[in-house]
Design a protein around this ligand. Structure first.
Ligand code: HEC
Ligand code: HEC
Ligand code: HEC
Ligand code: HEC
Ligand code: HEC
Ligand code: HEC
Ligand code: HEC
Ligand code: HEC
Ligand code: HEC
Ligand code: HEC
Length: 254
């Protein structure tokens, strides 16, 4: 049998400890930006990721997950960008509109928007001699009353029957320079001077203007980014779930 006088201090201590714990818990949300564990709710079933354990116990450096080669994904030693600032579910209109505000500063942009082209190298005078006449490149009088800038009619995008400036240029140059397009992306610089991206402050050209590939083939979408990063490390280290039979070790419920 315990007397009241013994129980009271126990209750008091418990309350005090609880209060300390609650305050500590709330404060930790503000002062400790690294989450202890992360719950992913997704169509494959919830995944609980032991974030702190992965770092502290399995001894994995922050930068190994929050990107490697260069730091940009780590804002400072204890802050990191969510993976889906860069690896979205879909590269749709929402992504295009929202991703621009996902980064602390402009230095992040050039990780993906890695190159832009300056003026085209084209010696018009010399080409007058290379061609049999002006109409090798310019339209006849029925379209072009007299030779003029192509961009007077051809615009940035296709419009109606009129192809874009890019296509108009490419098709017309390719009549004689097919060889310059043969090697794909590695031969663009025969005509295009690339800009120094460290100095660049113009608009970014959509990836599709230069790449035939869809954005999702150029930057991993969210699920693939997680699967790729989580599972290739597990496989490499021979520890943690990976492979076609172990989905349920990460996806605990639907
Ligand atoms: C084993 C891989 C891994 C390691 C190691 C790791 N993290 Fe993370 N971290 C993640 C993943 C995955 C997320 C979830 C991101 C998301 O939801 O998009 C995350 C989320 C975060 C977030 C929250 C980002 C947000 O806005 O949602 C912060 C902050 C963070 N980590 C910091 C760190 C720090 C600091 C370290 C090192 C002390 C570290 N992480 C180590 C994988 C890791
Ligand atoms: C600031 C933008 C950015 C953030 C944030 C980011 N990534 Fe990436 N990630 C990229 C880019 C760009 C590439 C492709 C080029 C490269 O490899 O650097 C990439 C490539 C990858 C790859 C392909 C393999 C590799 O390592 O090159 C994986 C896997 C990946 N990211 C997973 C993640 C995960 C998981 C997170 C969150 C913990 C994350 N990324 C956060 C931009 C980002
Ligand atoms: C090899 C293809 C080619 C040939 C041949 C060619 N042009 Fe052009 N020309 C172009 C292109 C491409 C442009 C657009 C250049 C630009 O917008 O900077 C152009 C632009 C022009 C312009 C507008 C220049 C300006 O800055 O406003 C005139 C005028 C012109 N050409 C006249 C001629 C005449 C006259 C001939 C024949 C003697 C001729 N071109 C032959 C491709 C050609
Ligand atoms: C005055 C307006 C105008 C100018 C200037 C003009 N185009 Fe066009 N271009 C058109 C029109 C209209 C069509 C569509 C004609 C058709 O469908 O037959 C066209 C079609 C084309 C096509 C695709 C069909 C074809 O003829 O092969 C190419 C390539 C092209 N233009 C290249 C050029 C180049 C290169 C220049 C500059 C040297 C130029 N255009 C200047 C109006 C113009
Ligand atoms: C009628 C044929 C013809 C057309 C059309 C043509 N070129 Fe040329 N181009 C030549 C010839 C011929 C040369 C000189 C020989 C060589 O270097 O291949 C040349 C040379 C060049 C060179 C220098 C190549 C080097 O190796 O130094 C560039 C750059 C170039 N052209 C760009 C263009 C661009 C851009 C267009 C389209 C706006 C274009 N050319 C359209 C025939 C053409
Ligand atoms: C033979 C020369 C030549 C080659 C090679 C070439 N281009 Fe072009 N490109 C042009 C011309 C000419 C234009 C139209 C001129 C303009 O827009 O000022 C153009 C326009 C473009 C534009 C639109 C630029 C703008 O400001 O609107 C893009 C994007 C582009 N090219 C991408 C590429 C890519 C990617 C490659 C390599 C796969 C490539 N080009 C190879 C000559 C070339
Ligand atoms: C993780 C890679 C990545 C990063 C980092 C990134 N972008 Fe993008 N951006 C894309 C992709 C992918 C698209 C859409 C696909 C396309 O345009 O072909 C896009 C599209 C855009 C577009 C629309 C282009 C058009 O005309 O369609 C703009 C503008 C843009 N980004 C600006 C920015 C700015 C500003 C930053 C930095 C603050 C940035 N982006 C950082 C990948 C990225
Ligand atoms: C102005 C043209 C241009 C634009 C816009 C562009 N790229 Fe590229 N990209 C290139 C060229 C050229 C290469 C090959 C040479 C090199 O590595 O610089 C390349 C190479 C790449 C590669 C290496 C793999 C491959 O396909 O060869 C990736 C990944 C890539 N680009 C992603 C992107 C993404 C993502 C965007 C949009 C956010 C983008 N690029 C926008 C021109 C462009
Ligand atoms: C850089 C390496 C690395 C990355 C990236 C990584 N892991 Fe792990 N993971 C490990 C190691 C090492 C273990 C320890 C296994 C052991 O000790 O039995 C582990 C264990 C696990 C386990 C079982 C034990 C536990 O801690 O829950 C799960 C579940 C797990 N990882 C999920 C994930 C998820 C989800 C991701 C991606 C968001 C991820 N891991 C990314 C290295 C990694
Ligand atoms: C190492 C842990 C891990 C393993 C093993 C794993 N996944 Fe995942 N999976 C994840 C994570 C983390 C996400 C991303 C959660 C998010 O988007 O928030 C994910 C997302 C998904 C999604 C959701 C896609 C969406 O758009 O919502 C599906 C479906 C999925 N996984 C299926 C599977 C299948 C099937 C397997 C077995 C072949 C598997 N996963 C194995 C960790 C894992």
């Amino acid at each position: 049998m315990r007397s009241k006088s013994k129980i009271f201090p126990v209750i008091l201590t418990t309350i005090l400890l609880l209060a300390v714990a609650v305050v500590g818990y709330i404060r930790s949300g503000q002062t400790q930006p690294m989450p202890v564990r992360i719950l992913f709710k997704n169509n494959g079933g919830k995944v609980i990721f032991s974030h702190l354990v992965h770092h502290r116990d399995y001894q994995i450096e922050c930068a190994q997950c929050h990107h490697d080669k260069s730091e940009p994904a780590m804002v400072s030693s204890d802050r990191a960008l969510a993976c889906n600032s860069c690896h979205p579910n879909e590269f749709n209109e929402d992504f295009v509109n929202n991703h621009i505000d996902s980064f602390p500063d402009e230095s992040y942009c050039v990780r993906c928007h890695h190159t832009e082209f300056d003026e085209v190298i084209f010696d018009h005078e010399a080409h007058k001699d290379y061609a049999s006449d002006c109409y090798d490149c310019h339209h006849g009088k029925e379209i072009e009353p007299e030779p003029q800038k192509c961009s007077n009619c051809h615009e940035g995008e296709d419009s109606g029957d009129l192809i874009s400036m890019r296509l108009a240029g490419h098709e017309s140059c390719a009549n004689c320079h097919e060889d310059m397009f043969d090697k794909g992306l590695s031969s663009c610089n025969s005509c295009h001077i690339p800009v120094d991206m460290a100095e660049y402050d113009g608009d970014y050209t959509s990836c599709g203007s230069c790449h035939e590939a869809e954005p999702r083939e150029l930057v991993l979408p969210r699920m693939n980014a997680f699967h790729d990063q989580c599972m290739s490390c597990h496989e490499e280290m021979g520890a943690g779930p990976y492979g076609p039979d172990n989905c349920n070790q990460c996806h605990i419920s639907r």
